[in-house]
Design a protein around this ligand. Sequence first.
Ligand SMILES: [Zn+2]
Length: 56
Amino acid sequence: MLTLIHKACSSAAVEVDPVSVESFTIRVKEFPFTCFTCLEEIESKSELRLSEEIRM
Ligand SMILES: [Zn+2]
């Protein structure tokens, strides 16, 4: 599963659900948006990290 990580808090920047890569692309175009975890405003892609997690 792909997860967008907010670098400032090292946690999920968007709600974690089984979204497709396409959905991520749409979300990433909608700057600024509020971090799902710390509620800080994320203004650019440089504040994010794309992480691939494997969950059982
Ligand atoms: Zn955050």
